[in-house]
Design a protein around this ligand. Sequence first.
Ligand SMILES: Nc1ncnc2c1ncn2[C@@H]1O[C@H](COP(=O)(O)OP(=O)(O)OP(=O)(O)O)[C@@H](O)[C@H]1O
Length: 336
Amino acid sequence: MGSLALKNITKSFGQVDVIKGVDLEVQDGELVIFVGPSGCGKSTLLRIIAGLEDASGGSIAIDSADVSSTPPSRRGIAMVFQTYALYPHLTVRDNMSLGLKQAKHPAAHIAERVDFASKMLSLEPYLDRRPAELSGGQRQRVAIGRAVVRKPKLFLFDEPLSNLDAALRVNTRLEIARLHRELGATMVYVTHDQTEAMTLADRIVVLNGGRIEQVGTPMELYNDPANLFVAGFIGSPQMNFIDAGLLGREDAKTIGIRPEHISIVPTNGDIKGRVSHIEHLGADTNLYLDCGDAGLLCARLFGEHQFEIDSELNAKFDETRVFRFDDQGKAIRRTP
Ligand SMILES: Nc1ncnc2c1ncn2[C@@H]1O[C@H](COP(=O)(O)OP(=O)(O)OP(=O)(O)O)[C@@H](O)[C@H]1O
């Protein structure tokens, strides 16, 4: 078991309010990811859940028991850090065993847990090595293994893949997904990487300036963002925003259209623009059109395309994918 409930959590450092009233329920077995711009309070919130930081107000419950004043070591959580935080003088086996040893578990039980975790993470060949004799990816697997060994109610991950190169990041991401599936464990995870959030999360929490903007499954956030902030934050390249008046659409203040929902047509487009830049990604082409007062429009076209710089093109929006926002930036939901 490992459900988590945050009620009206606030945090101030001196005069600065960093977390401004966060309510969140995480179900047992769920993988929830915090995303948001730098400084929005993701790590602070995670550290408050871990007990490494005291909240200024509000309460935290794990499995319905209030742990707001429980020390970190007694909350039943394990945290995996971006920097691995392994003991350099200890072997992999000893790094993984340490928590249970300190908690005075019997040696046979510790050996069994280390065996289980090292098999799960393919760490068996490295058990007698020290961290300096491992690659970055292997070190991060040891850090994850150390958490698995402790059978926590709740796993907390603070940007665990940020120090890995692109290929290793994908591998380790798949490993965390598998771990989550096989252990059925509750996980709360902080990242600034959209792909990680979209591919791993059961639900994503979008934070901005210490408040929650929206909570939803990755596809809910992509298909039904609550406001301009979430619409612009989820999706890459970013959603295009255009002043609705410039398009003759009086039913909204701002129109939003994702680059992947724009096509180039010979006539009768929604907007005209001059080609200002082209990015060839192989599988896709990102085309940037200078649309004058409407700004720069990005279209993501499937496959390879050639266009002449400065030539004028007609861009057409997939009407079923057009988002509308009011003058407060709130999404105007489609009427079915
Ligand atoms: N110990 C501290 N004392 C004062 N201010 C702090 C402290 N820790 C964090 N802050 C401030 O709180 C805000 C939130 O920081 P936090 O590290 O939670 O952001 P984040 O969303 O995790 O950012 P990033 O993505 O850059 O890691 C920032 O403005 C930061 O400067």
